[in-house]
Design a protein around this ligand. Structure first.
Ligand SMILES: Cc1ncc(CN)c(N)n1
Length: 239
């Protein structure tokens, strides 16, 4: 009798998480996140991050709304529609609250150019939403949930107490049990879709998960470097 093919019982999420383990370590150890957790992150770096993340979240919410429109399972559609709402109502409001507190109004924010990394990540998600198979789209948005929850929870554990912490609202938002529950839900959706996906789609799901996790690292790194367009010097200012 021929030997049975070895079958992997590892879920898509567990395999994808294991594949990005070194990258996740780099995210946790990035100077931006270390300083964020210690409360020593400079105001200009945090403001840069907030402004870019506001742009990112607007695109991310549209990506999630597209996922809701494309989902065939009504429960999945509800989850993604709700998550699109949360990205704008909770996360973006968190950023606006900080920016208001720093005296930055809508006009100041509008005057900041979208960074190369923010534009690349946002464009990648929106292109994936419109052109990739639905399971690949789910894999692409998964790190946006999961990595932030992982970082938020780790920062909370590393922090002695949040009472006087300058970034406590940020840390509380991403370490909140409600946010963790949304991670569990999107992981379940990804695992269910991967379980019936053909090998090529599953490979594309893994690629999308890895690419989005790379963009997560790059996003924090761009804020740390206060990234600008290297070509900006050759453009005249708008008249
Ligand atoms: C870049 C980025 N990635 C993820 C998240 C969490 N939704 C966020 N606010 N910003």
């Amino acid at each position: 009798m021929p030997e049975a093919e070895p079958r992997t019982t590892e879920s898509f999420c567990d395999a994808a998480w294991a594949r990005t383990a070194a990258l996740l370590d780099a995210i946790h150890g990035h100077p931006f996140n270390t300083a964020l957790g210690e409360g020593t992150l400079s105001r200009d770096r945090f403001v840069f991050y907030l402004v870019q993340d506001g742009r990112y979240l607007a695109a991310y919410a549209k990506t999630l709304a597209t996922a809701a429109a494309r989902a065939t399972d009504p429960a999945d559609a509800m989850f993604f529609a709700q998550s699109a709402h949360t990205a704008l109502a909770v996360e973006r409001a968190l950023h606006t609250g900080y920016l208001d507190g720093f005296g930055m109004g809508a006009e100041d924010v509008a005057a900041v150019a979208t960074s190369p990394t923010c534009l690349a990540y946002a464009s990648y998600l929106q292109a994936t939403a419109l052109t990739a198979p639905f399971p690949v789209l789910v894999a692409a948005v998964l790190p946006c949930f999961w990595v932030y929850q992982d970082v938020g929870t780790a920062l909370l554990e590393r922090t002695a107490g949040l009472d006087d912490h300058p970034y406590r609202t940020w840390i509380s938002t991403y370490s909140d049990p409600a946010f963790a529950a949304s991670v569990t839900q999107v992981r379940r959706i990804a695992d269910r879709l991967a379980a019936t996906a053909d090998p090529e789609t599953r490979r594309s799901m893994t690629e999308a998960f890895c690419r989005a996790t790379e963009y997560e690292w790059m996003f924090w790194d761009s804020a740390w470097r206060l990234e600008t367009w290297p070509t900006g010097q050759w453009l005249t200012t708008a008249g």
